[in-house]
Design a protein around this ligand. Structure first.
Ligand code: AMP
Ligand code: ZN
Ligand code: FE
Ligand code: FE
Length: 282
């Protein structure tokens, strides 16, 4: 079984519509894909329909933007929650709106030094999509200021850049609780991705576990080997399952579908714990 539980469509910062992403999953010989756009479930219906056409399993999911008290960015994957749950919906709507204001402010700052305006960014944004720095990167690429998203993230758009603006995001333990209350299965995404900024200290992991965290994304290209070993031990000690995933973003990132895979036993744990919505499994 080839199971990849983390991928983005153009409902957030991937480059393909959900149906195309599912077709790409079929072409990559995946048995199960999870659609995990940032702070949005708007791609679920299209992805589930495409999954039936292609005979690929589909786990509807999401990646929630969170931030700790210390200001450390945490991403929380969740699967099979009720997309209409009011409390969770309110929280992701708040994050999504804050992302929009923040992106506009970053573009204002960039416009002082570069020939760039909001229209250049929105040209790379599907209607209603969750905006992120990758869309600003696309505008910088189109303007010939950088060669690709990677170069943008390595310089102009890093969290240490003078153009960087942060945005509101939920406390990770609160997000875990909201996901569980919505019948979903919360999994800490790329917890050791140090290249993106500071990683969460152990107390944040413990707070999330106490709130009902069920899994850790261990096999992800941004988790270094020492970090993965620590995560595996932590998962064993706390009774969490572990996953492996690509975090595919279409042409927006070098990550390839299926480059990391999840054990079928972890998928079984997810299916057993979920009660908010249904997957498509052929
Ligand atoms: P934001 O959430 O707007 O702060 O932007 C961070 C998002 O950009 C993450 O979710 C990543 O998926 C994406 N990202 C981070 N680094 C890169 C990179 N080097 N190239 C393309 N996308 C990236
Ligand atoms: Zn992303
Ligand atoms: Fe992420
Ligand atoms: Fe992601």
């Amino acid at each position: 079984m080839r199971i990849d539980l983390h991928a983005h469509s153009n409902i957030s910062d991937g480059t393909q519509p959900p149906a195309e992403l599912v077709a790409a999953a079929a072409a990559a010989r995946l048995d199960v894909l999870a659609l995990t756009d940032h702070d949005s479930t708007d791609g679920w219906t299209e992805a589930l329909a495409a999954a039936r056409v292609h005979g690929v399993g589909l786990l509807p999911g999401m990646e929630i933007s969170c931030k700790t008290r210390q200001g450390i960015s945490v991403h929380l994957l969740c699967y099979l929650h009720d997309p209409a749950n009011p409390a969770l919906l309110e929280e992701i709507t708040r994050a999504k709106e804050a992302r929009m204001t923040r992106a506009e402010r970053m573009v204002e700052r960039l416009a002082e030094d570069y020939p760039l305006n909001w229209d250049d960014v929105s040209a790379h944004l599907a209607p209603g999509a969750t905006v992120g720095r990758p869309h600003i990167a696309d505008a910088l690429v189109a303007a010939g200021i950088v060669a690709d998203r990677n170069e943008a993230f390595a310089g102009i758009l890093t969290s240490r850049s003078r153009y960087f603006v942060s945005h509101y995001a939920a406390d990770p333990a609160l997000a875990v609780e909201l996901v569980r209350d919505a019948g979903g299965v919360p999994v800490f995404a790329h917890p050791m991705a140090s290249a993106r900024g500071r990683v969460a200290p152990p107390e944040v992991f413990h707070d999330m576990v106490d709130a009902g965290l069920l899994g850790l994304e261990v096999d992800h290209r941004d988790n270094p080997p020492e970090g993965r070993a620590w995560l595996r031990k932590f998962a064993r000690d706390c009774g969490l399952f572990t996953t492996g995933s690509s975090d595919f973003h279409g042409r927006g990132k070098p990550n390839l579908l299926g480059e990391n895979l999840t054990d079928p036993a972890a998928l079984e744990s997810i299916l057993a714990a979920a009660s908010g919505s249904a997957p498509y499994l052929p």
